[in-house]
Ligand binder design. Structure first.
Ligand code: NOJ
Length: 546
């Protein structure tokens, strides 16, 4: 088994992303907390999750879902203590679940003591922690991420009468990461959390961090900073990983990888966009074409696949015309859209609650090459609340059961500090963990089975991936092969039956169906003809015959 010699937990991981504030309230203050998450580890374990990526829970000013950090070394006091965090790491580890945290160092909150010092005096040593100009530059909108909410990358601080740079909201001044002293501070932050037993970080906004933005430039290639960070994590834990949020063109992906020295994984925003185009058009072609542009990864690094995350579904990787087509179908009303480029909905409402299509999407998430990242609530088909502002719509409380507040918190509903969906088809009365656990056929039970099946088949983690060309554009067929064995996966993107002819003339294989049932299957010399029902997907184990 030569291919298994580079075994690593990360390659086999099933990651679950959550925000403790919206997950489970244990201390009865109407907000989720660390103890609440600890109480739900058994659930995550039974789901088959092997790693949790926690979005920021540090002390923050509470304006950008915790991404406006005020103290990198403290837990937001409403969510627990460092002792609770240590307990979480320990308890999770006992169940084979590793914890990854968000490293938010592109910016701080404007309430961070560094910034408060920076604006006290131009000569203060913290001033140079940020990026300044005396005048607003002419081209002041070069990299404006929240382009419908902010109108410039440069904001005047009237206390000091200078302009500071911000990529995101104006209350998030960008750190001057080119400054070696800031780099030292980042290493201290890494060190602090690694000592508590975590398995690495999801680095927020990596390409923005590594951009030369102000007068001070990085020495050498800015991307070499990632090597330093990788060294800093593996110094504590040889198995620790760094994964990056980098919504860039696929041609730029190799810059982030350096044979395990820089990042171990990148969120595959590009594939994600083409997956949604394929779903919108009932056609597998966009995905097939997307793979032609994706650089291979292998030992260089991995891709992380996801359907939805805690942000908008950002469709920037599509052409203007493709993006418009997806928006028209999945976000027909203006209030479903955001920042002129994305969708602020969860997946099931986008698919009109069509269970078969939701399952097909989950199948793609769990079988495409790469590491699947499941967003909390995705496994039960949670919906969104479009009355909430911006991306809050997709961040409502986890729905555990049909008791008051969906089992998220036992406080009086008026005392809730987080929004719970309590009405309509996605209300906790209909969509919840307890109900789906008890149903024989539910989304949750299906996903649980699929995850466990995926984990049994090592070809997903270590095999080679190949798309099987088929003439029917609604079908997407691929194999993961490891030492002559593996899996053949078929997906039907359309609402009509799909006839698929697979040419096996080059090699002789034995196929055994392990998930789903084809409408019909015929084998004749050299070819297999399979008919899939609408939105169906099927897994075969495949073994080469001598
Ligand atoms: C990316 C995070 O995912 C998003 O939620 C946040 O608003 C920005 N970075 C700024 O930190």
């Amino acid at each position: 088994m030569k291919d298994l010699c580079a075994q690593h937990w990360f390659k086999e991981a099933v990651i679950y992303s959550l925000d403790i504030r919206s997950f489970k309230d244990a201390d009865e203050d109407g907000l989720g907390d660390l103890k609440g998450l600890i109480s739900k580890l058994d659930y995550l374990h039974s789901l088959g999750v092997t790693c949790i990526w926690m979005v920021p829970f540090y002390s923050s000013h509470g304006q950008d879902g915790g991404y406006d950090v005020v103290d990198y070394y403290a837990v937001d006091f409403r969510l627990g203590t460092l002792a609770d965090f240590k307990l979480l790491v320990e308890r999770a580890q006992e169940k084979g679940i590793r914890i990854i945290l968000d490293l938010v160092v592109n910016h701080t909150s404007n309430q961070h003591p560094w910034f408060l010092n920076a604006i006290s005096d131009k000569n203060n040593r913290f001033h140079n922690f940020y990026i300044w100009k005396d005048e607003k530059p002419e081209n002041d909108k070069e990299d404006l991420v929240f382009n419908t909410v902010e109108d410039s990358n440069w904001e005047c601080n009237h206390q000091i009468n200078r302009y500071y740079y911000h990529t995101f909201y104006r209350f998030q001044p960008d750190l001057n990461v080119a400054n070696p002293i800031v780099q030292q501070e980042i290493l201290r932050i890494i060190d602090f959390w690694m000592r508590l037993g975590i398995y690495g970080f999801r680095i927020d906004a990596v390409p923005h961090i590594l951009k030369n933005k102000g007068d001070e430039q990085f020495k050498g290639d800015p991307y070499d900073v990632l090597d330093q960070w990788k060294e800093a994590v593996i110094k504590h834990n040889k198995e620790a990983v760094l994964i990056g949020e980098a919504d860039v063109e696929p041609e730029d992906y190799p810059r982030f990888f350096n044979k395990g020295k820089k990042l171990d994984g990148l969120f595959n925003f590009f594939l994600n966009n083409y997956l949604f185009l394929g779903l919108a058009e009932h056609c597998a072609k966009p995905l097939v074409q997307a793979f032609e542009r994706l650089p291979p990864t292998g030992e260089q690094g991995r891709y992380l696949n996801f359907l939805r995350n805690h942000d908008e579904l950002d469709l920037e990787r599509l052409s203007d015309e493709e993006r418009e087509r997806v928006l028209e179908i999945f976000a027909p009303c203006p209030f479903m859209r955001i920042y002129g480029r994305g969708i602020r909905r969860r997946l099931p409402p986008m698919l009109n609650g069509d269970r078969a299509r939701v399952c097909l999407s989950m199948n793609l998430l769990l079988t495409l090459p790469g590491i699947p990242v499941i967003r909390y609530g995705e496994e039960i088909g949670m919906g969104d609340d479009l009355e909430l502002p911006q991306r809050e719509s997709v961040r409502t409380a986890m729905q555990w059961d049909d008791t008051v507040n969906g089992g998220f918190s036992s406080v009086q509903t008026e005392q809730l500090q987080w929004r719970v969906i309590d009405h309509g088809p996605y209300g906790y009365q209909h969509v919840n963990v307890s109900k789906e656990m008890h149903e024989e056929v539910s989304l949750l039970r299906q996903i649980q089975k699929m995850i466990n099946l995926r984990r049994k088949h090592k070809a997903f983690a270590y095999g080679s991936f190949k798309i099987i060309q088929v003439s029917n554009p609604q079908a997407f067929v691929y194999v993961h092969l490891l030492d002559g064995q593996g899996l053949l996966i078929l997906n039907n993107f359309s609402y009509t039956n799909a006839d698929v002819e697979i040419d096996l003339t080059k090699e002789r294989f034995k196929l055994t169906c392990i998930w789903g049932t084809p409408l019909s299957m015929e084998e004749s010399v050299g070819t297999v003809n399979i008919t899939l029902s609408p939105y169906d997907y099927i897994w075969y184990t495949i073994a080469k015959l001598e």
